[in-house]
Design a protein around this ligand. Structure first.
Ligand code: BES
Ligand code: MN
Ligand code: ZN
Length: 482
């Protein structure tokens, strides 16, 4: 079910839940019906994101939602508070709350974050459940004073739109591999492009051969499903710059001949197209957000399967930019499809490139499941990408693109190997990609650790997270040529 966010001055009659913000100090709203002393007895202190459901004999359920002290009310904290409120109200259908206008101090950023938190915490992937959960939160009315109403409405609209894009990306990543092949994703991209004013070109196997995209073709070789390379262009009038986004779209990563073990990790490999999903979803919002920057997106879509026709260890692939790689592990396939995508992106002469990919288990070991790795060839650009992530609470940490490690990729027969040994895997993977970006400022986001969440946690819901979608939107909509 999709969650509708409305804005009004007073709660609608049919609201069956009312969310009342409670700060950690100062007065408690009288509509709560409880004093601070009583709240304290119940263990509720108004900490950010803390909730207390107060059933009433009749009428709407009252939910206290902690918002901490004034200094705690960052957009990130308010997004998480809204997420907690949505979870506490999950059994209700219409929720009214003044969370976006605490103390009449609404800002567009807060309202946006609140809308995002409500929608993202309510997200469930139920396409393949025969017993679809009935009921549940379907409408939230954000209450605002007359002075704040327009601000809250603008923020809520932006937040709903962006959360809708995140929902699209999560749906794509959660979809089982048989239901979302490269051809399916290209079809979805066609629909999304048509509905959102994007130009689109889809390249199939023959075109990829003509274009010299040996990375895409090599990885695809073991599959009966053909590959798709999707190019999307958002072209505003008089663009103020041009950013290229390249997404890894490995529809299912079995590892190929270097087969992965059948553990829980393997089940997650339907999400190995999360980078491509983030690029597609981010681009779907740009027209509505009136982005001033031109954005070109490349989705590098194929699965990676073993078969009699699969590419092998020892094979040499030639990429779009003419460079060659000797295959030492067919499970290091993401960099091979990105090599072609990045080469094509460079040909468009953008001001800067970002690629986003579920690239290495190594980044999961290094940074865990809540922080993505970022590396690149241009410190200012890397920092701008990281800062955009921080503004939307998608955390990133820079790893060094240590050129000394390039020798770990040296090959006897080709320009490089596709793996760099057992250590520093996130770095050697990025050094491989670095061979395909020429001198365009480039940042690489490794989202292997952050693509999935095992728990309901703030704006994350269980399963695909669509990590990076909001960062990319933030990055390109705030882009200026430096
Ligand atoms: N898709 C995987 C990376 C991955 C791992 C994503 C865990 C999400 C969770 C990637 O294609 C891969 O298999 N990488 C290998 C590279 C290695 C063979 C150099 C890895 O990280 O083990
Ligand atoms: Mn792999
Ligand atoms: Zn992969």
């Amino acid at each position: 079910m999709t969650l509708t966010i409305d804005v009004a001055r007073s709660a609608p009659r049919d609201a069956d839940a009312v969310g009342i913000p409670v700060a950690s100090e100062g007065t408690v709203s009288r509509s709560l019906g409880l004093t601070r002393a009583r709240l304290a007895e119940l263990g509720f202190e108004g900490k950010p994101g803390q909730t207390l459901v107060i059933p009433t004999a009749s009428g709407a359920t009252v939910i206290a939602i902690g918002v901490g002290a004034r200094k705690d009310r960052t957009p990130a904290a308010m997004r998480n508070a809204a997420a907690a409120l949505a979870r506490a109200a999950a059994k209700c259908s219409t929720l009214a709350t003044s969370l976006a206008d605490v103390d009449g101090e609404a800002s567009r950023a807060t309202a946006q974050a609140v809308a995002e938190g409500l929608v993202l915490a309510s997200y469930r992937f139920t396409n393949h459940k025969s017993d679809k959960p009935k009921g549940g939160l379907s409408r939230v009315v954000l209450l605002a004073g007359s002075a704040s109403e327009a601000t809250v409405r603008a923020g809520a609209q932006r937040g709903s739109l962006i959360a809708g894009a995140v929902t699209t990306a999560r749906d794509l990543a959660n979809t089982p591999p048989a239901y979302l092949t490269a051809r399916h994703l290209a079809e979805r991209a066609e629909e999304i492009a048509a509905a959102n004013g994007l130009e689109i070109e889809v390249f199939g196997k023959d075109e990829l051969e003509r274009m010299g995209c040996g990375g895409m073709l090599g990885v695809n070789q073991g599959s009966v499903e053909p590959p798709r390379l999707v190019k999307l262009v958002y072209r505003p009038r008089n663009p103020s710059g041009h950013v290229a986004l390249v997404g890894k779209g490995v529809m299912y990563d079995s590892g190929g001949i270097s087969l992965k073990p059948s553990d829980g990790m393997h089940v997650m490999m339907k999400m190995d197209m999360s980078g491509a999903a983030a690029v597609l979803a981010a681009m779907s919002t740009l027209k509505a957000l009136r982005c001033k920057t031109q954005v070109t997106g490349y989705l590098c879509c194929t699965d990676n399967l073993p078969s009699g026709s699969a590419f092998k260890l020892g094979d040499v692939l030639t990429f779009r930019n003419g460079k060659t790689a000797e295959i030492h592990n067919t499970d290091a396939e993401g960099r091979l499809v990105l090599a072609d995508g990045l080469s094509l992106a460079v040909e468009d002469k953008p001001d800067a490139i970002v690629d986003i990919a579920t690239l290495t288990g190594a980044v999961l070991s290094a940074l865990g499941t809540r922080i993505a790795g970022v590396l690149g060839n241009d410190q200012k650009w890397v920092e701008r990408v990281r800062a955009a992530g921080e503004r939307v609470d998608e955390l990133m940490w820079q790893l060094p693109l240590h050129r000394e490690y390039r020798k770990l990729l040296d090959s006897n027969v080709a320009d490089m190997k596709n793996v760099g040994g057992p250590y520093g895997g996130a770095i050697t993977a990025a050094l491989f990609l670095n061979e395909f970006v020429a001198d365009v400022p480039w940042a690489h986001l490794d989202i292997a650790g952050t693509m999935n969440s095992d728990s309901e946690d703030g704006w994350l819901s269980r399963g695909a997270t669509a990590f990076g979608t909001r960062s990319l939107i933030e990055l390109v909509t705030s882009f200026t040529r430096s």
